[in-house]
Design a protein around this ligand. Sequence first.
Ligand code: RP5
Length: 161
Amino acid sequence: MTPLVGLIMGSQSDWATLRDAAQLLDDLAIPYEARIVSAHRTPDRLWSYGTEAAGRGLQVIIAGAGGAAHLPGMMASKTRLPVIGVPVQTKALSGVDSLYSIVQMPKGYPVATMAIGAAGAANAALMAAGILALQDAELAGRLDAWRAALSNSIPQEPSDD
Ligand code: RP5
């Protein structure tokens, strides 16, 4: 199937985090592609990916990066597709560096910035699902069911186990 979500990351080392997004996209049966696209190490790849993304049928881009995390913002400057940024947790600064690098975009080129790390990756997939569900009633149903299952899994009372 033609991928609807481009799941891109700055390095192989980001996959451990972005895998949580991939898992949720799989769970919701959303076609996606996963690619390594580094703003610093493969700038030409970033340029062509952003230039071609909309024309290839992608509808949302999830971009995860850590440290000097320029990938989401640079991608947002190259495509009008919504870009969801995931700050990857870093050893040196715990991902606050990634968050600050992604969140403070100048007016005109927004990046929808998620939380640092695994929760942010999962929420990026859910955000992408919500965007796609606006035009896809079957996906909207799957997303509603996923949300209801999560809600139903929360116990009323705490336990000692
Ligand atoms: C960033 O540098 C990547 O997004 C990654 O989070 C970080 C470190 O990359 P590696 O040195 O692990 O390849 O560009």
